[in-house]
Design a protein around this ligand. Sequence first.
Ligand code: ADP
Ligand code: ZN
Length: 434
Amino acid sequence: MKNYYQPEIETMPLDQIQALQSERLVKQVKFVYENVKFYRDKMDEKGVKPEDIKGIEDLHKLPFVTKNDLRDEYPYGLLAVPLEDCVRIQSTSGTTGRRVVAFYTQEDIDIWEECCARAIVAAGGTKEDVCHVCYGYGLFTGGPGLNGGSHKVGCLTLPMSSGNTERQLQFMTDLGSTILCCTPSYAANLGEAVDERGLKDKIKLKAGIFGAEPWTEGMRRNIEESLGIKAYDIYGLTEISGPGVSFECEEQAGMHIQEDHFIPEIINPDTGEVLPEGEVGELVFTCITKKAFPLLRYRTRDLCRLTRQKCSCGRTHVRMMKPKGRSDDMMIVKGVNVWPSQIETVLLNQGFQANYQIIVDRIGNHDTIEVQVELTPEMVEDTSRTNSWREKQIVAGLKSMLGITVKVKVVEPKSIVRSEGKAVRVIDKRNLYQ
Ligand code: ADP
Ligand code: ZN
């Protein structure tokens, strides 16, 4: 069995990583220019020839690719190999609009699964583990990606897919699942179910690999506690391959980006200017090993920052801090930028769980924002605090976090719909009037 912790790559000194990236980038740009009309036209338009790209220092000369470009070129416009060389498609979840389709050769699938295998190994996975995958299977990349990674590591793989919580719990206890892979919102949901049924002593989980949506540190603590595990973040997007573009190591302090396959940049989303390390901006990826659907300078719309500070795990690959959310998740309410993750932080700090919904509306010319959050069963029992006291506490917490007054309503436990995949936190009714 191949070892998927690859120190020769994952702990490579920076100058060597950069040399490898430069060599791969030069080849990739030439390949893409020769095989994809879309890139040829875009580069010609900018007056950039493949020979102008001599290494990563020239990356900024290349044009960006956006999600709209992918939608315009749907389905085959960005394909760089003959269709007969492709073995798979996957598609985005469509969280923010029309779905995008990505193509894979067998080699692309191998690389993707290898990235997921590295993530599983970083979370302590070995061939002795039972890896319970309840990300959705099918077009969504979560299930197939972690499934493939789990096979490569040699874990016993349970291809559960999402939903059917009773069956999840039954297999988890009967088969002794040790690693759980799903969205953090479904992990929280499972944690709640384990708690309600008093199953904590019957499960053998030790680690969880959770991603595909933003989640806060507060949510991490709740999940770790309810399931008795260490929870690792994993990041990825269909356009770039799927989960495993970056993942957390035991430090749980940012996700190492697989720099032998992807070159990250952080740009100012308004001007496109490349920002220095440490600044928050939009994450951009260039794929240097993919063949079927090799995106160059793809704008993810995810906002985060990168750090090259030494990580005690020994990996040298750059780390991306937890994305704050996508630029399109940001709501402008009463003229103020509001992120669902800020609201989540306030709620979890006050002892609530991540069972909440944000409703934005417009009455006349005025925006309104209401947060509904479930009481926990303990809060229902604790009669020393009234609901209106709790609501006032949240209003004050949100006012100091966001600077605006938010209407808050506490609701009964279990009254907000649970998510089996990516949670939908925001209902923005203002769009109805546009
Ligand atoms: P869609 O864009 O339709 O949701 P994907 O399923 O490919 O399609 O989702 C990729 C997106 O999910 C990323 O661009 C990012 O916004 C989000 N995402 C994935 N992993 C994480 C993570 N660990 N933390 C925060 N956001 C994440
Ligand atoms: Zn590390």
